[in-house]
Design a protein around this ligand. Structure first.
Ligand code: SF4
Length: 92
């Protein structure tokens, strides 16, 4: 799998994250073992890239049906507000 094949973060509604600029602007995110995106950070500065095409670089949710070897095999994911959950998660 090349980085081009990595799943897109299609949508993120976590506006309090420093990487959120009308959607996720990070180059890549890590979805954590807990219920949150591990890239989430609520700083007073804004971050990310001007050209948005964020991908899932790694995912620690081994119990998700899209997870193989701690990588996401979904075509795209959505991340939701409050706890920055991966909304595409599906239990095995
Ligand atoms: S869909 Fe599953 S494997 Fe992909 S990022 Fe979300 S929790 Fe991880």
């Amino acid at each position: 799998m090349t980085t081009i094949d990595l799943p897109l973060v299609q949508d993120c509604s976590v506006t309090e994250c420093s990487y959120n600029n009308n959607g996720c602007a990070a180059g890549a995110v890590t979805i954590g073992y807990g219920r949150t995106c591990s890239t989430f950070v609520p700083l007073s500065v804004r971050g990310g890239l001007e050209r948005k095409s964020p991908v899932v670089g790694a995912c620690q949710k081994a119990d998700c049906s899209f997870n193989t070897n701690l990588e996401c095999t979904a075509s795209a994911i959505r991340v939701g507000s409050t706890s920055a959950d991966c909304l595409t998660y599906q239990a095995r």
